[in-house]
Each structure stands twice: as C-alpha cells, then as structure tokens.
Design a protein around this ligand. Structure first.
Ligand code: NAD
Length: 247
C-alpha cells in the first residue's frame, strides 16, 4: 500500500485546480503539505479543507517568479514541518497569442512563472534535499511543451524548458538519491481551460483515444506515484497524463 506517512511536501500554485488536487491527494496518503500560491486566501481555504478532513496542512503566500520568495517558502516549510521531502512545481499561467501579436510582456510573464519559477523553487530546495540525501521533485510541464501549439509559443517554450530543466537536474542530483521527474498533462478540466472555445474543446476530444477530458485528480494520481517510494528507480522522465493524446 502507498503511504506518505512522515513525509513533507510543498506544492506551488495549490489554491485551486491541479495544485489543490495534488495537495488533497498527498494529504490523503498521510503527507504533511504546504500549499503556496499568490492567491493566499485561496490557498488558506484549500488548506483548511484538508485540515477539516483530518490532514495536516499550512498555507503560505509566495510568487514563485521571485527567487527570494521561493527561498523563503522553502525555509518557512522547513521551519514549520522540520524538513521537506517532496517539491511539486505546479504554479503556471498562460498568456495566449499568436507570435506575431505576442507582446514582450506576455512572453516574459509566462517564462517568469512557469520556467523561472520552477528554477527558483528547485534551486532553493536542492541544498536541504542533498543534505538529507533524499527527495522527490515533480515538475508540472504540459504536452504542449512536447508537441507545440499555435497561439502558445510562450507557454510551449516554458513547458519544454521545464522538461530540459528536469532532465538536467535529475542527472546532477541522482547520486544524492533525489528523483526529478516531470508530468505532462493534456487537456484537463480546470479554470485554466474553462474559457477555451467550444470548438477547441470538441477538437481535443477527437484526438484523445480515451475520449474524455482529464480531471485534476488524474494528474494528482500520477504525482502521488512519483512522490511515493514506488517510483524510487525512476528519474528524468516525463509522464504524459493525456488520455493517449500524444504517443
Ligand atoms: N489545465 C490543463 O489542461 C493543463 C494542461 C497541462 C498543464 N497544465 C499545468 O498544470 C498546472 C496547474 O494548472 P491548472 O489548470 O490547475 O491552472 P489554474 O489556473 O487553475 O491554477 C494555477 C494556480 O497557480 C497560481 N499561480 C499563478 N501564478 C503564480 C505565481 N507567480 N506564484 C505562485 N502561484 C501562482 C494561481 O493563483 C492558481 O492558483 C500549471 O503549471 C499548468 O500549466 C494544465
């Protein structure tokens, strides 16, 4: 049976959506969880729901795009729970536009949160994990980072960058018993995708062999596996959670 009893996880962007589902899932399996977000009210609400169902959770405000805030986040998690075993880099944003119309601000914002945010939190956590000679880092990428997507050059570049970062860090810290993997979700029903045009939603369904959109819980189940000892011999990998859309 999978258990995360005695483990401590930090999940970024955990106020809602996939991050909240991951926090709930890890807590369900006995993990103490820190939920961080720029939306601290949302993170506190989700943390309270976890506590109401018997879990141990804390909420912290942090903008992952700022290195000093990422460093504080790791420090405060360790101050609160004495250590950190699992980091889930989940915070992410979109600013979609065709490249010819894309502003520098749209490019910079997406790269700052999705790619630099993952770098910032990983850099801040790596020393404590190396010291304890164990750790799991799970980066939420996207299938768009693997196959590209018209109108999402910034987002696709950031998510492809996350995959390169994942593989490089996996090679750097493997000798310290730290596993670094990425999850590439496909079309998942959350706030991020709710405003897609109906035509785009229908088009997705025609290319998904399992013939349905994914749920945040589908991603959370995969993160649970990667956070657990069941994945101890897996590192530098990208697990697609997309109903078979990209093979
Ligand atoms: N929904 C999908 O179909 C899908 C597909 C592939 C990948 N993803 C990825 O999954 C992750 C979660 O997406 P979601 O669908 O739950 O989105 P969401 O918009 O519902 O949630 C994202 C969360 O990140 C937080 N956030 C944004 N900027 C932040 C920052 N600078 N610092 C800290 N927190 C910040 C938001 O406040 C929000 O709570 C993202 O990385 C996203 O790119 C989603």
């Amino acid at each position: 049976m999978i258990t995360l009893e005695g483990k401590v996880a930090l999940i970024t962007g955990a106020a809602r959506g996939i991050g909240a589902a991951i926090a709930f899932k890890l807590a369900d399996f006995g993990c103490r969880v820190t939920l961080s977000d720029i939306d601290v009210v949302g993170a506190e609400k989700t943390a309270q729901e976890i506590k109401n169902s018997g879990g141990e959770a804390a909420a912290l405000a942090a903008d992952v795009a700022r290195l000093t805030q990422a460093e504080n986040l790791i420090k405060e998690t360790i101050d609160k729970f004495d250590k950190i075993d699992i980091l889930v880099n989940n915070a992410g944003i979109t600013r979609d536009n065709l490249l010819m119309r894309m502003s520098e601000a749209e490019w910079d914002a997406v790269l700052a949160v999705n790619l630099k945010g993952t770098f910032n939190c990983t850099k801040a956590v790596i020393r404590p994990m190396m010291k304890q000679r164990s750790g799991k880092i799970i980066n939420i990428s996207s299938i768009v980072g693997v196959i590209g997507n018209a109108g999402q050059a910034n987002y696709a570049a950031s998510k492809a960058g996350v995959i390169g970062l994942t593989k490089s860090v996996a090679k750097e810290v493997g000798s310290r018993n730290i596993q670094v993997n990425a999850v590439a979700p496909g079309y998942i029903l959350t706030e991020m995708t709710k405003d897609l045009p109906e035509s785009a939603k229908e088009a997705f369904l025609t290319v998904i062999p399992l013939q349905r959109a994914g749920h945040a819980d589908d991603v959370a189940n995969t993160v649970l596996f990667l956070a657990s000892p069941l994945s101890d011999y897996i590192t530098g990998q990208v697990l697609h959670v997309d109903g078979g859309m990209v093979m």
